[in-house]
Design a protein around this ligand. Structure first.
Ligand SMILES: [Zn+2]
Length: 167
């Protein structure tokens, strides 16, 4: 299992690069991402979160996972607001406004073109992970002042967490 990069790791704010060749190396990265996602009870993970600046995301919902290479949001419809968390921002939850339904174009692990239409909660997860590929985190959806306060709280919270592991 890989270590998850935690904010303010600068890599989390960088843009990931699209992949030209989808080879065995990419499959290896996806395996590591899936292990890390499930190992942390996550429902999604983007490659930059394990220190790899490539456009790869995995989403794990309803006992199955999907890996998308070079995912692109083509179109969105409707809007909803919901509190979200992120494995790179432990203890933080913020309201994020997202499209209710999105169309995504991507490649699968065989390099084949994929067209996805997702709505509701899964749509939110895909949008969250695609944001990571553009260096966008959930705290970028709130005001600078609120962000500062939350980060302070997060750092304090994780210090306590490391002092009392298991609690
Ligand atoms: Zn995240």
């Amino acid at each position: 299992m890989d270590e998850i990069r935690i904010y303010p790791d600068p890599l989390l704010m960088k843009k990931a690069v699209p992949l030209q060749d989808i080879d065995g190396k990419v499959k290896e990265i996806v395996d590591r991402m899936i292990e890390t996602m499930y190992g942390n009870r996550g429902i999604g993970l983007a490659a930059p979160q394990i220190g790899i600046l490539s456009q790869i995301i995995v989403v794990g919902l309803e006992d199955r996972w999907t890996a998308l290479i070079n995912p692109e949001l083509i179109e969105g419809e409707g809007e909803s607001v919901l509190y979200e968390g992120c494995l790179s921002l432990p203890t933080i939850e913020v309201p994020v406004k997202r499209k209710e339904k999105v169309f995504i174009q991507a490649r699968d692990l065989d390099g084949k073109k994929m067209n996805l239409e997702v709505s509701g909660f899964p749509s939110r997860v895909y949008q969250h992970e695609i944001d990571h590929l553009h260096g966008i985190l959930i705290i970028h959806y709130i005001s600078r002042l609120k962000r500062k306060l939350l980060i302070k709280k997060m750092v304090k919270g994780s210090k306590n967490f490391f002092k009392n592991p298991g609690s």
